[in-house]
Design a protein around this ligand. Structure first.
Ligand code: ASP
Length: 281
């Protein structure tokens, strides 16, 4: 029962054109299809890394190439991976100059120290054979120089269910832009990316809100405790609203139900189950 859902963060009508919206719809649809094809011969865990790497390579999104720039002019990226089957979580926090942070997280899955940050993460990546790569684009430098607050633009994530009934989630981000160096994103925490045998979730939005609400963890725990996936989302997003939180999340449960919700209806996402596509409008 192969299932895929991906997200590309939030689309902001105010500062992006119609062309960008169409480009995101097309790219998400294409990536969902590529990921679904990949899932035919790979595990959910391998597939979520693959799908997120495709989105990291796409300049449209705030992850990998096209990541936002922090207040000191430097790009620091975070990515994580969670295997629902083994319930192992791996990730990198604030890594610099790596093309695909999600692949470093994937590498760490088999290492004892599975979450690395900053210089240590970069050193580990270099020693593991990852080449130096600048993920800066002219567009992001322009935004940085004109101090365009570009919150809510494009963190990426993927959740997959494979034919053996295994779930996995992956999330990758360039952060919220203009942050204080050292700020920790939710994307490489269990609040932003979490999975077990019952459910897998990837989030986007304001990292501080996602962490305060323990969003991904709560949804997964509620489904594990018997909530229907839509009920688990409803309760978790009601709690998010109480703290005036801004977030969106995508999920799949072990029965193959795909679900998404956002606190503000502009999360960009696409899902594919082999027959039907659902793409954000
Ligand atoms: N969640 C990311 C962060 O706060 C940003 C985003 O999803 O747009 O780092």
């Amino acid at each position: 029962m192969n299932k895929i859902i991906i997200h590309g963060g939030f689309f902001s009508e105010s500062d992006q054109s119609k062309e960008v919206k169409i480009a995101k719809q097309n790219s998400l649809k294409e990536t969902a299809k590529l990921a679904f094809d990949y899932l035919e011969n790979h595990t959910a865990l391998e597939t979520v890394s693959y799908a997120v790497s495709l989105l990291e390579n796409d300049e449209l999104y705030n992850a990998g190439t096209g990541s936002q720039i922090q207040s000191d002019g430097v790009i620091r990226m975070s990515a994580s991976l969670m295997d629902g089957d083994s319930q192992k979580f791996s990730g990198v926090i604030n890594i610099e100059n790596i093309k695909n942070p999600i692949f470093v997280a994937q590498n760490l899955m088999s290492v004892e120290d599975r979450v690395l940050g900053g210089v240590g993460a970069k050193k580990y990546a270099t020693e593991s054979g990852f080449k130096d790569y600048s993920t800066e684009t002219p567009q992001r430098r322009k935004e940085y120089l004109s101090k365009v607050e570009s919150l809510r633009k494009g963190t990426v994530g993927c959740v997959a269910l494979d034919q053996n009934g295994k779930l996995a989630a992956a999330t990758s981000t360039g952060g919220k832009g203009f942050e204080i160096p050292g700020r920790i994103s939710d994307s490489a925490t269990v609040a932003g990316n979490f999975a077990n045998e019952f459910c897998a979730v990837s989030c986007t939005g304001v990292g501080e809100d996602i962490v305060s609400n323990a969003t991904a963890t709560k949804i997964v725990t509620r489904v594990s405790d018997g909530f229907k996936i839509e009920e688990a989302f409803r309760k978790t997003f009601t709690e998010l609203a109480k703290i005036d939180g801004f977030a969106g999340a995508i999920a799949i449960d072990s029965k193959g139900n795909i679900f998404h919700q956002d606190s503000f209806p502009t999360m960009v996402f696409a899902s594919f189950d082999g027959e039907n596509f659902e793409v954000f409008d």
